[in-house]
Design a protein around this ligand. Sequence first.
Ligand code: NAI
Length: 331
Amino acid sequence: LITSDDRKIVGFTGQIGYALVPMVARGIMLGPDQPVILHMLDIPPAAEALNGVKMELVDAAFPLLKGVVATTDVVEACTGVNVAVMVGGFPRKEGMERKDVMSKNVSIYKAQASALEKHAAPNCKVVVVANPANTNALILKEYAPSIPEKNITCLTRLDHNRALGQISERLKLQVSDVKNVIIWGNHSSTQYPDVNHATVKTSSGEKPVRQLVADDTWLNSEFITTVQQRGAAIIKARKFSSALSAASSACDHIRNWVLGTPEGTWVSMGVYSDGSYNVPKGLIYSFPVTCKNGEWSIVQGLSIDEFSRKKLDLTAQELSEEKTLAYSCLS
Ligand code: NAI
């Protein structure tokens, strides 16, 4: 399957899934020359809606779309997939404790880990989007030991893109002229959006974001909290959580992973920590990465000042606690 022309994507039919499938079918995720077969999985109560999405995909007559599998059978969904975008999850409901939500979701990821391990294509790339994204990805990794750890990631690209967006709005510049922000840590409100190495393309060359913004107070406070709290702000405004931006960022994540990052540019990805930047090993933690030949590597050697160090440690601490909680839910 890996040598076939068709890459198969497994996804779901909630808000993000619905926004994601047309993007994938239009080539936004894997490029305009890559045919795709979509595998969509949901739970039995959503089977009819899932079939409706399949009908719409047929009706849209996407030239790159070579097939659609809509199923409630996790084995059928995972069979032969080259890319797995994991957006299925259990939402937090009124009266539920954090532990209850964690328990529901890590159990889903434990079950899906074995289906992916047994049935996906050997080099399947996985991105976990559903929350708690880092910890779900960690559980998936630990319960699918034969999938190489470098193949299991979680989505923090939305946070990365949000940081680029905030800087471009502040400087009234095109977002495409800003690069190399970093999201460190958890996809949660403890994440650390870092602009210390970010630059902007100007008519007189690349300039540091800090120099152009020239307002450290804003960069060290409001900018950080705006990015950290952006998800909540979207829910407040839209009454639903981010969907089109999450779907678009998931496409960016996979496209850069498969097709590479541009020279001199890095992106943020939640990956299995190897201890870089003194982040504890054994966590799925968001780092700056570059991608080449279908593999990511953590950008090394960036200076970390005292302010940043504290923030890197704080979000690592939260991830360690989530890991402990996840294991207590599973035991
Ligand atoms: P949604 O509730 O609209 O969709 C979730 C879908 O998952 C539903 O179709 C549901 O039936 C399905 N599902 C539930 N249990 C399942 C199972 N065991 N197997 C297969 N499918 C299952 O939620 P939405 O808005 O699409 O968000 C999806 C997830 O992504 C949520 O956990 C959300 O918190 C997270 N998220 C993550 C972001 C990130 O940047 N990492 C950004 C935005 C959302």
